[in-house]
Write a protein that binds this ligand. Structure first.
Ligand code: GLN
Length: 196
């Protein structure tokens, strides 16, 4: 298995370190040629969604990654990465991939008190530490979206088919639960592809 981490901006190194700890082969996606090898999943890290979205377009990475997601490649969007996947962004005139049936509000937890940590249950996997850094709030979910964790009445982790999002950052903790969950999604998909 080989997982690509979008590395044009933001907290990509931390995701690579988590995958290293899980002994999963991983690489950085910086340019088009990085997408030509084996790729079994993509992580869109946290950072600044507007900057990342623009860079995706400028570097001609937007369309090929969009096609991969549409073709059911597992993708995990963390924080800004979740914004990139959202169908609707309430407080932004730009939207990006729009592949996931969620509505998000950027920087919804406030700028001053924007960063905090909680420990909360992640579906069937017990308690997980969750760090929020100027996080988006998931304010609406389509019917095909499954909530995996929530806080204060809002979903903080969700899944729709091949897409996983968290509004929090698991990669700045030492808990591997979320990354293991995503690796399992990639494994399942590889099995499916083999059968087809
Ligand atoms: N505030 C950022 C945005 O709106 C997301 C923050 C993050 O990824 N930690 O793009």
């Amino acid at each position: 298995m080989r997982i690509g981490v979008l590395a044009v901006q933001g907290a990509f190194i931390e995701h690579r370190q988590m995958l290293d700890k899980l002994k999963i082969d991983n690489f950085e996606i910086r340019q088009l040629s990085d997408l030509s090898g084996q790729i079994d999943g993509i992580i869109l890290p946290g950072g600044e969604s507007t900057v990342m979205g623009r860079l995706l377009k400028d570097l001609n990475l937007y369309e090929p990654i969009y096609q991969l997601i549409k073709n059911h490649l597992p993708v995990y969007g963390t924080c800004a990465g979740a914004i990139l996947l959202a169908k609707t962004i309430i407080n932004d005139s730009h939207t990006w991939f729009q592949t996931m049936n969620i509505t998000v509000r950027r920087n919804a937890y406030g700028r001053q008190l924007g960063s905090f940590k909680i420990v909360a249950p992640f579906k069937d996997h017990g308690n997980v530490p969750m760090v929020f850094i100027r996080a988006p709030r998931i304010e609406n979910l389509g019917r095909s979206v499954i909530i995996l964790s929530s806080h204060d009445g809002y979903a903080t982790a969700a899944r729709e088919a091949n897409m996983l999002v968290t509004s929090f950052h698991p990669e700045v903790t030492d808990d591997l639960t979320i990354h293991q969950y995503f690796v399992d999604m990639c494994k399942e998909n590889m099995k499916k592809e083999k059968l087809n």
